[in-house]
Design a protein around this ligand. Structure first.
Ligand code: CTP
Length: 399
């Protein structure tokens, strides 16, 4: 979403101004065109040269700079922006924005802007909690600005409390959201992700190498498109995407119970989880000690969650599955598509390089009920997620 977009980054005079450098780098890396605008106070904390070097563009600081103003006028900066972000936002800029003051480059651009505005406050906890600041933030919210709440922790002034600039990942994700059309607004989407762990004692379990990346990418992109997202996740080290409802489970039986409880209210269900098909018949409450000879573990079949959803699906509900295969990809996937009564299935060959478990990319075939198929090239999992959700949106539109 950031590729080719123009983001105006307003930097104001707080200690967190140095973090703006990392934000600029990340936006540029994602393909955005970044125009930095600094207040006079911001220049006390971070050098314009740093942000100019990172953004590859002259930094706008002075409304009355004859040279720069004739090249990139402040109204032109406001007009060109797809998104404006104020990072960090001091109590002072928040007050000026709320009052509509336009006495320097940044405030003038903000007042002339029609693009979405994201404000990332960072300040001392007492300043942040001050009712005047809270009232000004509320004014901005009511005017449609997106406020990225500061986080709690130790502040630069050594006090503890809320006031630290939000994490970089939160800021970046907020930019994605602000730039993504809400094409799934009002829709409820359930995504399952990750492996399940089937324990046979407290320290050992049967599982698979799934990391959850594909399911988390689907949840991230669906949330960016403004869906209400429920992510039912097996054990993984991944951070939950911003704003999704996370339901953590460990076993296949727990996943089934959780999904069954949510399924009826969902418009879309995507089963991206690598659900364990078997569980040990008995889970010992204590560590099983080794003894002479081999150990035999009896395994019981787990329910097929997706097949159950296929039987119970209500009219208009879209149901999508994955097929993880190592041979006969299309035949096996077609069989699952029919047996589980899906709208389409996303098939991937686990032995292809850059595809399947743990990779950041995936190479998939999307196979529909009528046998038609889209073969997608290898691409990042977030883009695969976008392709899957585009097809889901078409199905939703046709019902
Ligand atoms: N699935 C499920 N419950 C299971 C097993 C799988 O809901 N107990 C779902 C997966 O989330 C996936 C689809 O069914 O969307 C296909 O999973 P896959 O592991 O490829 O196939 P299986 O149906 O388990 O069949 P097999 O292991 O024989 O290939």
């Amino acid at each position: 979403m950031l590729d080719g977009k123009t983001i105006v980054l307003g930097v104001t005079g707080g200690i967190a101004a140095y973090k703006a450098a990392e934000v600029v780098r990340s936006f540029v890396k994602a393909g955005a065109n970044v125009q930095v605008v600094m207040t006079a106070n911001a220049r006390q904390f971070v050098s314009p040269l740093t942000l100019q070097t990172l953004s590859g563009q002259p930094v706008c600081t002075d409304l009355f700079d004859l040279g720069l103003e004739s090249q990139i006028g402040h109204i032109q900066v406001a007009r060109a922006a797809h998104l404006i972000m104020v990072i960090p936002a001091t109590a002072n800029i928040i007050a000026k924005m709320a009052a509509g003051i336009a006495d320097d480059y940044l405030t003038t651009v903000l007042l002339a802007a029609t693009a979405p505005i994201v404000v990332c406050p960072a300040m001392n906890v007492k300043m942040y909690e001050n009712p005047v600041v809270q009232r000004n933030l509320e004014t901005l919210r009511q005017r449609g600005c997106i406020i990225v709440e500061p986080e709690a922790g130790e502040l630069a002034c050594k006090e503890e409390g809320t006031g630290r600039l939000a994490e970089l990942t939160t800021i970046l994700e907020t930019a994605h959201r602000a730039l993504t059309p809400g094409s799934l607004a009002g829709r409820r989407v359930l995504v399952s992700a990750g492996p399940t762990w089937e324990a046979f004692d407290p320290v050992r379990y049967i599982s698979n190498p799934s990391t959850g990346k594909m399911g988390y990418a689907l949840a991230t992109v669906a949330a960016r498109r403004s869906a209400e997202v429920h992510l039912v996740s097996g054990p993984t080290y991944l951070h939950p995407p911003l704003g999704v409802h996370l339901h953590r489970i460990v076993t296949a039986l727990q996943m089934e119970e959780c999904i069954t409880g949510l399924a009826r209210d969902m418009d879309v269900i995507i089963m991206a989880a690598a659900v364990g098909d078997y569980r040990p018949a008995e889970a010992s409450p204590h560590k099983v000690k080794k003894a002479e000879g081999d150990l035999w573990v009896q395994l019981l079949r787990n329910p097929d969650i997706l097949a159950g959803l296929g039987q119970r699906r209500r009219d208009g509900q879209v149901l999508v599955g994955f097929a993880a295969e190592t041979e006969n990809l299309v035949e096996n996937a077609m069989q699952k598509l029919t047996q589980k009564r899906l709208d389409f299935i996303v098939a991937n060959n686990l032995v292809n390089p850059g595809s399947g478990f743990g990779c950041d990319t995936n190479e998939v075939k999307i196979i529909r009920k009528d046998g038609s198929m889209d073969e997608l090239p290898r691409m990042p999992k977030e883009r695969v997620a976008g392709e899957i959700l585009n097809r889901i949106e078409s199905l939703l539109a046709s019902t």
